[in-house]
Design a protein around this ligand. Structure first.
Ligand code: GDP
Length: 311
């Protein structure tokens, strides 16, 4: 044994639930919660740009005086970033790490689901390399046949799609299954039923998310922070102060087509190859597929609007 060997139990791993003011709330893997600060060397690394954020997996050292420090941060699987206002892209600020999925919550009606907004959020997830799922809530307000027809394009594009109702309990178990064990960002228009769904999945969860939002809004006007709210069944719901603040800035227009997964099989078949913008060029495989019904027209219109900077 060399004298640098340290018993493993002194360095438990955990997940950062919230970061702010140099203090980190961490849920250790044994489910205990601690508050930690950064170890000196990490502080130095932070000055070079990379911050420790909610969702980071960290290794903790427990000190004899009862304090805790973050010793190291594991490489991130994914990250959601936001550009600091008026700054260049390289100043992008990571607001949450290791998100497993973005869950879009829209309503079948009240409010009417806006296809452009759904598509924009899906592109946001794709461009960050994060899988997305779509929940159409308030399914009790429409016929299932109509809903299936209206949203078939998303299922064809490969997105998990659930029609839920808090009123009838429809697909609430399926939603719980989707959320358990994963770190999920829920997003969508207000009034779609996000809070009601969280409460149906786990009573009290909606309140915990709401509490965090209020506290974050009150305490930190200028900083966009995110908080992870643990689920009883494992996993986390991420509370962000608005995913829409995480803009499309990072996407090169040339890469937008690949953010529509169902377009991908066509992209190599345009006459102008990868330089085709699918807006006006002759012999465009994407537009031909839209015209023949092989690709959904509404999805294409969202693409065209984003290319034109109108979405
Ligand atoms: P949020 O703003 O997305 O968090 O939406 P809320 O959870 O506050 O819900 C907005 C309104 O929609 C409330 O009046 C809810 O009672 C109602 N609501 C939520 N889920 C359903 C549902 O499945 N069916 C119907 N008919 N109403 C719902």
């Amino acid at each position: 044994m060399n004298d640098t060997a340290v018993p493993e139990r002194r360095f438990p791993t955990g997940t950062v639930l919230q970061a702010g003011g140099g203090i980190y709330d961490v849920l250790l893997d044994d489910q205990s919660r601690i508050r930690a600060t950064l170890r000196g060397r990490l502080k130095l690394e932070q000055r070079t740009g990379d911050r420790v954020v909610a969702g980071d997996r960290v290794r903790i050292d427990a000190h004899p005086d009862g304090s805790f420090t973050i010793e190291s941060v594991q490489p991130r699987k994914t990250q959601l970033a936001r550009r600091a206002p008026g700054r260049h892209e390289r100043h992008a600020k990571v607001i949450v790490a290791n998100v497993d999925q973005v869950v879009l919550v829209f309503a079948a009606a009240l409010p009417e689901p806006r296809r452009r907004m759904i598509d924009r959020l899906l592109v946001l997830a794709e461009s960050n390399g994060i899988p997305a799922a779509i929940i159409i809530n308030k399914a009790d307000l429409a016929s299932l046949t109509d809903l299936e027809a209206a949203f078939a394009a998303y299922e064809r594009a490969g997105y998990p799609l659930l029609f839920t109702s808090v009123l009838t309990g429809r697909s609430i178990d399926a939603l719980r299954h989707l959320l358990c064990g994963r770190e999920s960002v829920l997003t969508g228009p207000s009034g779609a039923g996000k809070s009601s769904l969280l409460n149906a999945v786990e009573p009290g969860l909606e309140l915990r998310v709401g509490d965090v939002s209020a506290a974050v809004r009150k305490g930190r006007h200028t900083t966009v922070t995110a908080t992870l709210v643990p689920l009883a069944c494992g996993g986390f719901v991420v509370d962000t102060p608005g995913l829409r603040e995480v803009g499309l800035w990072g996407i090169d227009p040339e890469d937008l087509d690949a953010c529509f997964p169902e377009f991908r099989p066509f992209l190599d078949h345009c006459r102008f190859g990868s330089s085709c913008t699918h807006t006006h060029e002759p012999d465009c495989a994407v537009r031909t597929a839209v015209e023949s019904g092989g690709l959904d027209g509404e999805r294409y219109l969202s693409y065209a609007a984003m290319m034109a900077g109108n979405a």
